[in-house]
Design a protein around this ligand. Structure first.
Ligand code: ATP
Ligand code: MG
Length: 448
């Protein structure tokens, strides 16, 4: 028999543990539901406070988020680059941030006594890149550069697992324009693209007027998920629907219409956009060649999505205490297949039929789910036990080869975690069912 390269649970590196045995994590260090579930289910492991190993399931989910972001960036002409992790501290000195955010900076020196920081964000690096070129022409603007890389912050209180780490994955974009009006236009365009990314993830989000904080600039918005563990306070006006971070607006009345019927919610900041103007480009001398041949200062914007925080925050919002739930689009695998228990009537019945492998391949190809199907081949366990585990792991569709596999024609048992229904379907009906349900969850909400 040809050995096929299928995703098999027995081979998956998923070190599960009820109470994490890792000496680095104590019970009291577990401060959120998503952190506990992700540790217990072998999705991440803590390496030290605020630093995590991403295990295969965690990486798979992050990769899905990354490709969703890349896809949307392509649509608005975003170009992907990678800035060095180390930024020369002199650049941060020039913009004043070496002083204002020094307590959060990891600073290091090379053997020649040159100071660097492990970059927590790249406004300085981006400005310096543009400043170090022979000036680009106005014809090349707007320019939208982005990267998806680890960022480093010496957080006062790293906690809630991936939601506040010392090292985390951020997608950061930097836009460059000729004047503030076109920069605002670019800002609006990128915000719309971020709206779309959040709609595709599918969790309700609030876009609020944000505080510019240490970043500075003219205008800023935050994307927030409502959650009890949120560290931000969000004001929403029940009259005019205006929302803002209470850091900039207080908690008493709506800064937009003055009404005092406002609601306050806790929120997790999952994204943040800034219209920066010349805040970084001017001190770092990032310029372009204008229409009339003069050097002018570039107008910038900066746009951050906390990818590892989004993953954890989504789990935080969607899961129960016992069972993890993923947004469909971020689930590490979309379908898990449970073959019969070894030695059972059902197993003997399908022996040597190649049924499981052929079903796996059909789901992959017909339902467009390449690399998205997993077999729980630990057939020493009963189907019932594996079904419970599959539910706990939150795989959106569970296909079991139960008793009805003995019937003629035979039927599969499908559990849909979102609707919580279990139905019996023939192979053709199963493939149609999966195709319908998966395409409706991954289709572009803007095209509806
Ligand atoms: P916070 O107020 O939560 O500390 P911030 O305002 O400092 O965040 P930004 O500088 O705006 O964060 O960074 C962009 C995005 O990066 C944030 O919206 C968030 O999603 C993510 N992020 C920031 N700090 C962390 C962290 N320590 N761990 C994980 N994600 C983070
Ligand atoms: Mg922020």
């Amino acid at each position: 028999m040809v050995l096929k390269n299928l995703h098999r649970l027995s081979k998956l590196f998923q070190p599960v543990s009820v109470v994490p045995k890792n000496a680095e994590v104590k019970r009291h260090d577990i401060t959120s539901k998503s952190q506990r579930l992700m540790l217990e289910l072998g999705i991440i492991k803590q390496a030290s406070p605020g630093c995590f190993h991403f295990l295969p399931l965690g990486v798979k989910s992050l990769e899905k988020l990354t490709s969703l972001v890349d896809e949307e960036m392509k649509k608005i002409g975003g170009q992907k680059i990678i800035f060095p992790t180390l930024t020369n501290a002199k650049l941060w000195e020039k913009t004043g941030r070496l002083e204002t955010v020094s307590s959060e900076l990891f600073q290091i020196k090379d053997r020649h006594d040159q100071s660097y920081i492990l970059s927590p964000t790249h406004e300085e690096a981006a400005s310096n890149l543009l400043a170090s070129l022979s000036p680009i022409s106005y014809k090349q603007l707007p320019l939208k550069l982005y990267q998806i890389t680890s960022k480093y912050r010496d957080e006062m209180k790293p906690r809630f697992g991936l939601m506040r780490g010392k090292q985390f994955l951020m997608k950061d974009m930097y836009s460059f324009d000729t004047d503030i009006k076109t920069a605002k236009h670019t800002y609006d365009e990128i915000c719309k693209s971020y709206d779309k990314i959040f709609r595709k993830i599918g969790i309700d989000f609030i876009k609020v007027v944000g505080s510019s904080g240490h970043m500075g600039g003219e205008l800023s918005h935050e994307y927030q998920y409502k959650a009890d563990v949120g560290e931000d306070k969000i004001l929403t006006c029940t009259k005019c629907n205006y929302s803002a971070n209470t850091e900039i607006s207080g908690e008493e009345k709506c800064p937009n219409c003055g009404n005092n019927s406002v609601e306050i919610h806790l929120g997790i900041e999952v994204g943040h956009t800034f219209l920066l103007g010349e805040k970084y480009s001017k001190p770092l001398n990032a310029t372009f060649l204008s229409k009339n041949g003069k050097l002018e200062v570039l107008q910038m914007g900066s746009y951050g999505l906390g990818l590892s925080r989004i993953m954890a925050a989504a789990i935080e919002v969607m899961s129960s205490e016992q069972e993890i739930r993923w947004p469909d689009i971020l689930s590490p695998f979309s379908v898990i297949i449970l073959p019969p228990k070894s030695g059972s009537k059902e197993e003997i019945h399908i022996q040597n039929s190649g049924l499981v492998e052929s079903l796996y391949e059909k789901i992959e190809t017909i339902c467009n789910l390449k690399d998205n199907v997993l077999i729980d081949d630990r057939t020493n366990f009963t189907i019932g036990r594996r079904l419970l585990e599959a539910k706990r792991n939150g795989y959106p569709f569970i296909v079991a080869l139960g008793k009805k596999i003995l019937e003629n024609p035979f039927l599969y048992e499908i559990t849909n975690l979102k609707t919580n229904e279990t139905i019996f379907l023939s192979e053709n009906d199963l493939l149609n069912y999966l195709r319908n349900h998966l395409s409706s969850s991954s289709c572009d909400p803007d095209n509806k």
